[in-house]
Design a protein around this ligand. Structure first.
Ligand code: AMP
Length: 285
């Protein structure tokens, strides 16, 4: 099935495999960019990076029910496939794979991909089952498309770490590429969930990035990580965030707690502003 000029829209796994087979026969390399839609410039950056890495780019849009908790925003999550298809066409994406929930999870579906350790920290305890949902759906998408490379944003840094872990552990023959976070001019990390913010909340939102950037700068100058992140937490609450799930300094590779003076750190945050749960992270140094 064809979408806007140049973009092929595929709804089922068989159609995806037919498309991939044709590209393989023509000797083309393939990049996969999984998303949940409601596309913004952060997603488009992934598409453009994908085009530079492979001959053909497949974007996927699937609001994956299994990665949302019972009290989370699955129902409210923004859906705008027509607009997304135009954005993907403009970005030079070749195919959009947009399956239905029943195509991804037919009756009787019973398998989960679970990653230990990396999912026990940060967002893990606050979103039980979330990373299993992500790991399972991304495993399926990778095996359905069998791309050469797949691209994911550093905005979801823990997700990227989890995906790198299970692709290595399960010998899935794909190179996982992380793409730096794309931000608004005031520093706010672009996110489909920013659409939930009122004008007043939108004005407060950049304080999260400002606070973790300040903490990261202090840590790189030798501050005690625990003190720096505690100060960031206070600043975010003072700015008007409703609650903070966590602001923590951890190692980028293992996500273990960062010790004072240790290299390779990152400050990670998740906080509620109104009904929006915003996450962000920045490198130390
Ligand atoms: P989502 O649609 O929110 O599931 O995101 C799909 C992909 O886009 C994930 O790999 C995200 O990490 C990535 N992404 C989302 N927001 C940004 C951003 N602001 N900058 C870079 N990548 C992003």
């Amino acid at each position: 099935m064809s979408g806007p000029a140049g973009l092929t829209i595929v709804r089922d796994v068989a159609g995806l495999r037919t498309q991939v087979k044709a590209w393989r026969a023509a000797g083309r390399t393939i990049a996969l960019v999984p998303t949940m839609g409601a596309l913004h410039r952060g997603h488009i950056q992934l598409m453009e990076t994908a085009r530079a890495k492979a001959d053909a780019v497949i974007a996927t849009i699937f609001v994956n029910p299994t990665q949302f908790g019972p009290n989370e925003d699955f129902g409210a999550y923004p859906r705008q496939e027509g607009k997304d298809a135009s954005l993907l066409t403009t970005a030079g994406v070749d195919a959009l794979f947009a399956p239905s929930p029943s195509e991804m999870y037919p009756a009787g579906f019973a398998t989960k991909v679970s990653v230990a350790g990396l999912t026990d920290v940060l967002c893990g305890p606050f979103r039980p089952g979330h990373f299993e949902g992500v790991a399972t759906v991304v495993t399926k998408l990778l095996l359905q498309a069998l791309p050469d490379v797949a691209l994911f944003g550093e905005k979801d840094f823990q997700q990227l770490a989890v995906i790198k872990r299970f692709t290595a552990d399960l010998d899935i023959p794909v190179k996982i590429i992380g793409v730096p976070t794309v931000r608004e001019a005031d520093g706010l990390a672009m996110s489909s969930r920013n659409a939930y913010l009122s004008a007043e909340e939108r004005a407060i939102a950049p304080m999260l990035f400002a606070a973790i950037s300040k903490a990261a700068a202090a840590i790189s100058k030798g501050a005690e990580p625990a003190a720096a992140v505690s100060e960031a937490k206070d600043a975010v609450l003072r700015a008007g965030f409703r609650s903070v799930d966590y602001i923590e300094a951890r190692r980028s590779d293992t996500l273990s707690v960062l010790k004072k003076g240790e290299d390779g750190g990152r400050v990670f945050a998740a906080a509620y502003l109104g009904r929006a749960r915003l996450i962000d992270n920045v490198a130390v140094g």
